[in-house]
Design a protein. Structure first.
Length: 726
């Protein structure tokens, strides 16, 4: 079993030519059909199907398939060669399946099989199918040309299949990055495939180290679910919550490459503000990143931090108490008399309508329907008046009295109601007894002050939307078949509980890394905080500890940072892909800080890093300074900030807290000293995030006293390859 052996290469060439020819024939036939531009709905649907097929065939022409599995079912005489691709393809003449979609049940064998002669099985629509694998072959096809053939298993051949499979994986991982996340269909690993194909009815929680592919796995899971359950799940009823807008641009190419479109992709803040549009005042805004000024970490806040408290299930329970009280006392104990000398609509009757007959409706709809009933009752009373002049006078008086009566009903304003919870001057008996004493004083004072200015922060959005949902109900357009939450360690339990109400089936893919929880002042500290929201049989937990992104040297450096920060529970296990050592450079004076940065970037380019390079700083201000220095030295760079919507690749400058999820061929870390990165957990997480963005090269610069988080890496480097710049 040798990599790209000549006989295998020659064997595969004719098959590739036949498949490519079939794709060309089908595409030519479709292109001869004139595009339909009319208004007939049936024809529009048919044209949509044809256009999608054209699109899929065009993509297939570049890479028809990537793998082959020779599988012999029990009770059959010969194995069948199954070719696996991103999309399926049938022979247009005889219906023979030329390429199997990677999501098909039998394709699971390709990902699950790791060698051995024991019988294996997969679940087909007709039941369990057992058999034996004779050959597993990996291929790289680019622009229709066969570039690489690797047999990772061949029946009867001696040797370790795992080593060859890993060699093929390392070849793919060693490719340079561009400005978009790529699909991993051809290199999905067994533990990743189990997550992708897991039961749709459960909430999956994935703890994945940096570079474990968890985001890509979640996107592939969406594609799988839409394929497997296409009769009951729709792309328009799926949603992805990403950490920021730029990350949405970064991952934007994966789903289209997998043939999936129309899935909503958003940031929780944007989604919540859109739902609250018209509820919040126009000058209300969500704040970002304000704890990331140097020295403003969670340790500087009073305990508990506002985000942790307002994002807790305990606070949600307090809101429920307040909402229940408000609902119970919503109607005034007032009768309604439209004019003198007529029947009176009693408060008791109105309460029967509101609290009994309409109890299944949310509060706003109950209010509307109760008002409508009062008006219908009024119309019936007016119909009893025969004289038109008297009727007109009574109607005028009744309208005025009804308007006055309805003023005694509370105004349903989520922002006003929410503000009242924190108002120290509010003396509502029920709230004073059961809600207000449970809100820490410093949080109440701080929140009330900002709300009075008509300003909300990110941790207020979930409670406000929860109030709105309770009052108005959740429309079908806002209910989802499945939701993906990326960087979930930065979500609060309240946010997930809110989203659970929008996903009635409880079908979630929730992924993150506690070691990257740099927003720990509002996010979770343990996955248990999420587990408690789901029954035990309605959730599953997976760990992805193997990192496919960075070289062994970079992963060991990053693990050392976590260890120095007191975190050893989620260390990454590197794929054995070696590279150059992490270069730590000490600067003797601050004057050479920016010039050395520019020289380091130039050196990386001279050494062959032609892909993506990132300069990662501690703060946004330092990112701006570095960006100006690079521009002054003649290098064009993209400055990444909180409001940026696109990631353009090339040379980027980014503060560490905005780098999550991104990856670069090479990374230069600036100012890794004891002032910028202290010996605490939060700074260790931030430095870990920054370090693990690098695929192939990592350069570390510091001036003065090095960060204690460098620990052993510093001693190893300075005893060997450290350079000192005057």
């Amino acid at each position: 079993m040798t990599e790209t052996n000549q006989s295998a290469y020659l064997e595969e060439q004719p098959r590739l030519q036949r498949t490519s020819e079939e794709i060309r024939k089908q595409l030519t036939r479709l292109n001869r059909v004139a595009r339909y531009r009319g208004d007939d709905y049936t024809e529009q649907v048919l044209e949509s199907v044809r256009e999608e097929t054209r699109h899929n065939l065009t993509r297939m022409s570049a890479e028809p398939y990537f793998g082959r599995l020779d599988f012999q079912e029990q009770k059959t005489a010969q194995p069948e060669a199954l070719y696996i691709g991103k999309r399926g393809l049938e022979n247009s003449q005889n219906g023979q399946l030329l390429v199997i979609d990677w999501r098909a049940p039998v394709a699971e064998l390709y990902y699950a099989f790791n060698g051995g002669e024991e019988a294996i099985a997969y679940e087909s629509p007709d039941g369990t199918v057992e058999g034996n694998v004779h050959l597993k072959r990996n291929m790289v096809i680019r622009d229709g040309e066969l570039l690489r053939v690797v047999d990772s298993y061949s029946l009867g051949q001696e040797g370790e299949s795992g080593g060859v499979a890993d060699e093929f994986l390392l070849y793919r991982l060693g490719e340079n990055k561009d400005n978009k996340l790529r699909d991993i269909v051809s290199t999905i690993q067994g533990e990743q495939d189990r997550i992708i194909r897991a039961d749709r009815s459960k909430a999956l929680f994935i703890q994945g180290v940096a570079g474990s592919g968890k985001t890509t796995v979640a996107l592939h899971r969406l594609a799988y679910l839409l394929y497997r359950y296409r009769e009951s799940m729709r792309a328009e009823r799926m949603i992805i919550f990403a950490p920021n807008r730029m990350f949405l641009d970064y991952i934007s190419g994966v789903l289209p490459e997998l043939g999936v479109g129309h899935i909503q992709q958003t940031v929780f803040t944007d989604w919540a503000l859109a739902k609250l549009d018209g509820v919040l005042l126009s000058d209300a805004a969500a704040s970002y990143g304000h704890w990331f000024a140097l020295g403003k970490g969670a340790s500087d806040l009073k305990s508990p931090p506002p985000g942790r408290f307002k994002g807790s299930i305990a606070f949600m329970a307090l809101l429920d108490v307040a909402l229940d009280h408000m609902e119970a006392s919503f109607l005034p104990e007032l009768n309604f008399e439209p004019w003198e000398g007529t029947a009176m609509l009693t408060a008791r009757q109105i309460r029967i309508w509101f609290y009994e007959e309409l109890r299944h409706y949310p509060l706003m709809k109950r209010k509307e329907r109760t008002e409508a009933r009062i008006k219908r009752w009024l119309e019936m009373e007016l119909d009893k008046t025969a004289d038109p002049n008297i009727r007109k006078e009574r109607k005028k008086k009744a309208s005025a009295r009804l308007k006055s009566y309805l003023k005694h009903w509370p105004v349903l304003s989520p922002l006003s109601f929410y503000t009242q919870l924190f108002d120290p001057s509010d003396s509502s008996e029920q709230l004073a007894a059961s809600v207000k004493p449970n809100i820490p004083l410093h949080i109440a004072e701080q929140t009330y002050k900002q709300l009075k200015k008509k300003t909300v922060t990110n941790d207020d959005l979930a409670p406000l939307l929860y109030i709105l949902d309770r009052w108005s109900g959740i429309e079908s357009i806002d209910r989802f078949d499945h939701a993906v939450i990326d960087e979930a360690q930065d979500f609060s339990p309240f946010q997930l509980a809110l989203l659970k109400n929008h996903v009635p089936s409880g079908s979630f893919t929730v992924l993150g890394d506690l070691s990257q929880g740099i927003h720990d002042y509002q996010g979770i500290h343990s996955w248990d905080e999420f587990f408690d929201l789901f029954e035990a049989d309605k959730r599953d937990f997976y760990r992805l500890d193997r990192s496919y992104r960075s070289t062994t040297e970079i992963i060991e450096f990053a693990n050392g940072v976590l260890t120095q920060g007191g975190m050893t529970d989620s260390l990454a296990v590197p794929v054995f892909r070696t590279g150059k050592p992490v270069q730590i450079t000490a600067l003797k004076t601050k004057a050479v800080r920016l010039p050395t940065l520019c020289k380091t970037v130039l050196r990386l380019r001279e050494e062959g890093i032609a892909g993506t390079i990132a300069v990662i700083t501690r703060t946004a201000q330092e990112a701006e300074e570095a960006h100006l220095a690079l521009a002054a030295s003649g290098m064009e760079a993209n400055l990444i900030h909180a409001g940026r919507l696109r990631y353009d690749g090339g040379l980027s400058v980014v503060p560490a807290y905005l780098a999550k999820g991104l990856e670069f061929d090479a990374v230069v870390l600036t100012d890794v000293d004891d002032l910028h990165y202290r010996a605490d957990t939060r700074d260790a997480k931030l430095l870990y995030v920054a370090s693990t963005r690098a695929l192939h090269r990592l350069e570390v610069l510091y001036c003065g006293t090095p960060s204690p988080l460098l620990g052993e890496a510093l001693s190893i480097n300075t005893s060997g390859e450290a350079s000192i710049h005057q």
